[in-house]
Ligand binder design. Structure first.
Ligand code: ADP
Ligand code: MG
Length: 291
């Protein structure tokens, strides 16, 4: 693109709340033929709420919430914020050596035992299996699009938290508009398949890749690009920073983490997924004009 085209494109973008890192970003955007979207915080609003606390056996509900909150204190994940909000009135607990397993959950130590909070993969990695009596009734929650996180101490599951996030109001129309322009869409998520499929179904995405680690998300994009696709990855930077960096165009939703905006080619200042359409339109118009 000529310097003038870049200036014009950047100016139009800025007015729409779409910030391009540089002229090359505009050119890359013009070539995009596939849009990959993260689920939590991108297709959904990223302001989830704890809907239910489901203790297992005789564990008090307050203990499940208190432990979960103690593990989430150092996390900036949307799920962590939901749990901390729900636990505002709970008695504070001390869990030692808390760390994050990216895209899986949180780990710490209590009374000399490991405690974990997160998805099924995380529990499996720590040798914990979720009892049928707890898992089966919660299947319906996942199928309704809600996220279920498990809490365990040593080898015992203490309970589950059911967390719900709203789908962004413009997600469905955005996916349809992308399809109308001949652009493929795919949802990439670290959440379980049942939850992912429900959310994808609601917004009209047919291609769903679930239970992915942050590295898996990047690998999916790498393989699509190796097949000749030009991929824009839209994410909030929480557990999708490698994918944002790997994609031909990383598009960071601004409400997300600073990590995202630092590496992204495009920053979407408005917290709407529809801004993706505007970004693509600006790229195509600007580059189209000079050809
Ligand atoms: P997504 O790809 O949908 O944005 P993530 O990759 O951030 O989701 O997380 C994948 C899954 O890992 C979540 O659905 C949740 O089960 C678990 N997880 C990740 N981070 C946390 C956390 N801080 N606390 C509890 N669970 C977590
Ligand atoms: Mg995410």
């Amino acid at each position: 693109a000529t310097p003038t085209a870049v200036m014009v494109g950047s100016g139009i973008g800025a007015r729409l709340g779409v910030l391009f890192r540089n002229g090359e970003a505009l050119e890359r955007v013009a070539k995009v033929d596939m849009v990959a979207l993260d689920k939590t915080g991108t297709i959904t609003e990223g302001h989830p709420d704890v809907e239910r606390i489901v203790p297992h056996g005789t564990v008090p509900e307050a203990r499940v919430l208190g432990m979960a909150a103690a593990l989430e204190r150092s996390s900036s994940h949307p799920l962590a914020r939901a749990i901390l909000r729900a636990a505002e009135a709970a008695e504070p607990m001390e869990i030692e050596d808390v760390y994050m397993e990216e895209g899986q959950g949180m780990v710490g130590f209590l009374d000399g035992e490991t405690v974990v909070l997160g998805n099924g993969k995380l529990l499996a990695a720590y040798g914990v299996s979720v009892p049928e009596a707890l898992a089966t009734p919660l299947e319906a929650e996942a199928q309704a699009g809600r996220t279920v996180v498990w809490l365990a101490q040593h080898d015992t599951v203490l309970g589950a938290l059911v967390i719900a996030d709203r789908i962004r109001a413009d997600a469905r129309t955005t996916i349809a508009a992308l399809a109308a322009r001949g652009i493929r869409t795919v949802m990439l998520t670290g959440d379980r398949r049942a939850t992912a499929e429900r959310v994808a179904h609601e917004v009209g995405i047919a291609d769903v890749r679930a239970e992915l680690s942050p590295h898996d998300k990047a690998a999916f994009i790498a393989s699509a690009e190796a097949k000749g696709r030009s991929v824009a990855m839209v994410g909030d930077g929480i557990n999708d920073a490698p994918a944002l960096a790997r994609a031909s165009v990383g598009m960071a939703v601004a409400s997300g983490s600073d990590v995202a905006t630092e590496t992204a080619e495009v920053t979407l200042m408005r917290s709407e997924v529809g801004a993706v359409l505007q970004a693509l339109a600006v790229g195509q118009k600007t580059i189209g004009k000079v050809r």
